[in-house]
Design a protein around this ligand. Structure first.
Ligand code: FPP
Length: 242
């Protein structure tokens, strides 16, 4: 999409908080996991649609550091869904030029899931059509604390002076190192919160909220949201230009 009349144009990086799977299932009297399964189908469709909409980076929130508080059945079901998605989609994603990465603290994840994650990261590392980042056991504050600890260790070892710590030094310790900041963050299901998703990286992102529950979200709705984004004027703290 061309950048017209001072508008923001197409967002290069879209991040999505996929919310509402549980409510979607409850409305139908089904177990929550059915909603998550339907949500995974939506992930596939949205991933496939992104490149033609000019989106080069897509980051999705699949499991937060707080989601461990859910029932064991739901947590185990979600972990199984992530593993199945990686196994089943690996060939398709590779063929379609998708590079897949993960952010979040992997140390608490099952070793088999961690192996699948590293495997697909390596297998798709040369792909360039779409960069898909999936946040699993991710919390923004947790990510910043881990980055701060890394810097503290460097200082304690005498390899870094405290005054050398700047935005770039901290960002270099985040899970998203090397990735551009999101231009647009979308949250589904009508909740108006950012819920610890990319707090550092989304400091200047635009936000869009939709009442649609994630299992009902479609590439068509994404297209409409991107059209609204294209008309926005982004200022990054500067003065109004029109
Ligand atoms: C939020 O809905 C959704 C999640 C915590 C899980 C997101 C996972 C998926 C969309 C499934 C598959 C993902 C991949 C990458 C294959 P909720 O359960 O909080 O819904 P509620 O607020 O209505 O209860």
């Amino acid at each position: 999409m061309p950048q017209g009349a001072g508008g923001a144009g197409a967002p290069r990086h879209v991040a999505i908080i996929m919310d509402g799977n549980g409510r979607w299932a409850r409305e139908r009297g089904w177990p929550r996991l059915v909603g998550h399964r339907r949500g995974a189908e939506r992930v596939k469709q949205v991933v496939r649609a992104c490149p033609d909409m000019g989106v080069e980076w897509l980051t999705i929130y699949a499991f937060s550091t707080e989601n461990w508080r859910r029932s064991r059945e739901e947590v185990v079901g979600l972990m199984g869904l992530f593993a199945r998605y990686i196994r089943k989609e690996a060939d398709e994603l590779s063929k379609e030029g998708v590079r897949m990465r993960f952010i979040g603290d992997r140390s608490q994840l099952d070793r088999r899931l961690r192996d699948l994650m590293t495997g697909i990261e390596h297998r798709t590392a040369a792909n360039t059509r779409l960069n898909l980042t999936v946040a699993i056991n991710y919390g923004g504050r947790d990510e910043i604390v881990r980055a701060a600890r890394r810097l503290a260790r460097e200082v304690a070892a005498g390899r870094l002076a405290p005054d050398e710590i700047d935005f770039a030094a901290l960002a270099a310790g985040l899970d998203t190192v090397g990735q551009p900041d999101p231009d647009l963050v979308i949250r589904t299901s009508g909740e108006l919160r950012s819920s610890n998703f990319l707090p550092w990286q989304a400091a200047y992102s635009e936000y869009e909220f939709t009442p649609t529950l994630w299992p009902d979200f479609s590439p068509e709705e994404l297209q409409q949201i991107l059209a609204r984004f294209a008309a926005r004027e982004r200022r990054f703290g500067g003065a109004k230009t029109r």
